[in-house]
Design a protein around this ligand. Structure first.
Ligand code: NAD
Length: 262
């Protein structure tokens, strides 16, 4: 199956680890030139070197704190200078902190808004004009199953990720005529550092070990296991491909059947 991704340029945000890294790797394996970003220069250098070595691909990186609009503008400029226009934008981000309504402060809401919603808006705003000129583009937002049903103790995700869905659906209508698609992926429990940390945090309050918490999570999933980052990445690659040109404005869960409801 020819996905038509060879030679395309992709920017994957928050991608030194976890789901973002898996996405960058899989796009590189399909022949994309890939730009990665996160806050740590050291992690970016390591991840870029690993992907280059494994796939002999063109990989660049830029330090970018998604909570800083100036970093986002700089990342866009650096990638454009090095690789030219960006064909595929994958808006991933760090997960927001846990906590219930009464525990969280105003700045927690502000940080989550900037990280989850504003970063996706800003990158899309910078990149869409070039996609329009090229009459081709793919924007894929990594959200969470919290967009389909609330997750306990994750009110920031439950609240703000729905904003990404609204944003994506709205712009998908505006840019569809230019052959640009905009979609969201909603991962369920996927075994990354983030999930491990969440399990450790839950373990502290419940008196259970993080291993027990992770095993309990898996028991509540119909396929009876946690997801792998590559399983989210493979959907990103498909949505980024030419084959998915008729899919836009939608949200697809990758959660082993965990979300109930139609
Ligand atoms: P992870 O913690 O393994 O990786 C997060 C990446 O984001 C890292 O590269 C980190 O450096 C980067 N990052 C964090 N804060 C950043 C910032 N301010 N600016 C730039 N980069 C930043 O997380 P993950 O499990 O891969 O999750 C990725 C996204 O998917 C998160 O938003 C998470 O909430 C969401 N998600 C994850 C799961 C899961 O089970 N793992 C489930 C649903 C949704």
């Amino acid at each position: 199956m020819d996905l038509g991704l060879n030679g395309k340029t992709a920017l994957v945000t928050a991608s030194s680890k976890g789901i973002g890294k898996a996405v960058a790797e899989l796009l590189a394996s399909e022949g994309c030139r890939v730009a990665i970003c996160s806050r740590s220069k050291q992690n970016l250098e390591n991840t870029a070197a690993e992907i280059r070595k494994r796939y002999e691909s063109d990989v660049t990186w830029c330090v970018c704190d998604l909570n800083k609009l100036r970093d986002i503008e700089n990342t866009f400029a650096v990638v454009k200078k090095q690789f030219g226009t960006i064909d595929i934008l994958v808006n991933n981000c760090g997960g927001p902190i846990q906590g219930n309504f009464r525990e969280l402060k105003d700045e927690d809401w502000q940080n989550a808004f900037e990280q989850i919603l504003l970063s996706a808006v800003k990158f899309s705003n910078l990149i869409i004009p070039d996609m329009i000129l090229k009459e081709w583009g793919r924007i894929i937002n990594i959200t969470s199953v919290s967009v389909t049903q609330p997750v306990d103790d994750l009110i920031l995700s439950n609240s703000l990720r729905r904003g990404v869905i609204g944003f994506a659906k709205t712009i998908s209508n505006e840019v569809a005529k230019y052959n640009i698609t905009v979609n969201n992926i909603a991962p369920g429990y996927t075994l990354t550092n983030r999930l491990y940390d969440l399990a450790v945090h839950k373990g502290k309050t419940s008196g259970m070990s993080h291993e027990e918490i992770l095993s309990d999570m898996a028991k509540n999933i119909p396929v009876n296991r946690l997801g792998r980052p590559e399983e989210v990445a493979s959907l990103v690659v498909y949505l980024a491909s030419n084959l998915a040109g008729y899919i836009t404005g939608t949200t697809i869960t990758v959660d082993g059947g965990r979300t109930q409801g139609y």
